[in-house]
Design a protein around this ligand. Structure first.
Ligand code: HEC
Ligand code: HEC
Length: 218
């Protein structure tokens, strides 16, 4: 009988200990999460010199906003720079980024993905640097929505990134690069080629500014 009670007590105690451990674990991981960004890992401080301390982007060095970017897309692009799909031939701005990606090994890429994901997404009011007609842009965007989503939220299954919240000057430049074959023409760049084919539907010189003005309003 006594033995039984003892066993029960042990069981109860072990449940208590497990609960306590679980609570501590949750508390610790919350603290770790909150602290993730207060310390930028030393190996990635250099990313912030161009992309900004909060990875908010820096137009003066052409570096786009990274905070809030989907991890799978960050990985795809770091690989695209490594492969030379971006940042070679006429892509002078991409050339600034390419060496930053080529120094990373496979583990380094995964660590960079984790680092970017650890930085809180901070949508900032978008400065309108690209002047276009968002009403016309809305009509043009209907073809884009098939891949990028109605609210430009992105679609992982189609490898199409979120566009909402990205700086308009950056979107504008990428669309010009796809149009001019600076991006999306390299052999092996299947995602880029799909995107390049899609931009062919944009009619006339004003269309890029118009569609970007609409995305900027989302
Ligand atoms: C010397 C400045 C510089 C540094 C350092 C730098 N980048 Fe970049 N990065 C750029 C520029 C400029 C672009 C835009 C290239 C373009 O317009 O095609 C870019 C583009 C990117 C993109 C593509 C974004 C998109 O929307 O397609 C990713 C992802 C990226 N950088 C991640 C990083 C990471 C991670 C680091 C650190 C490991 C880093 N960058 C360091 C300048 C830099
Ligand atoms: C068939 C699917 C598809 C359609 C339709 C499409 N896109 Fe894309 N888009 C993609 C994919 C996939 C990528 C990623 C390319 C890569 O990985 O380099 C992309 C990339 C982009 C980028 C680069 C984002 C960045 O951060 O570098 C922009 C800007 C963009 N698309 C805008 C548009 C606009 C505007 C339209 C409509 C005119 C459109 N897309 C239509 C699939 C599509």
């Amino acid at each position: 009988m006594l033995k039984m009670v003892g066993m029960n007590r042990t069981t109860v105690n072990s449940i208590r200990i497990r609960r306590l451990a679980f609570t501590l674990l949750v508390a610790c991981s919350t603290i770790a999460k909150a602290n993730d960004y207060t310390v930028v890992p030393e190996q990635f401080i250099y990313c912030t010199t161009c992309h900004g301390v909060e990875l908010q982007g820096n137009r003066s060095v052409d570096a786009p906003r990274l905070n809030g970017m989907e991890g799978w897309y960050v990985r795809n692009q770091l690989l695209a720079f490594q492969q030379g799909w971006r940042g070679t031939h006429d892509d002078l701005i991409g050339m600034e980024m390419r060496p930053q990606a080529t120094i990373l090994d496979a583990d380094g890429i995964e660590e960079a993905v984790v680092f970017v994901a650890s930085v809180p997404s901070r949508p900032s009011p978008q400065a309108t640097t690209s002047v276009g007609d968002s009403t016309r842009g809305k009509a043009l965007y209907s073809t884009c929505a098939a891949c990028h989503g109605n609210n430009a939220e992105g679609n992982k299954l189609l490898n199409a990134p979120r566009l909402a919240g990205q700086s308009d000057w950056y979107l504008h430049r990428q669309l010009e690069h796809f149009r001019d074959g600076i991006r999306g023409t390299a052999r092996g760049d299947i995602n880029g080629a799909q995107m390049r084919a899609s931009i062919a539907v944009l009619p006339g010189p004003r269309a890029i500014a118009d569609v970007v003005a609409y995305i900027n309003s989302l």
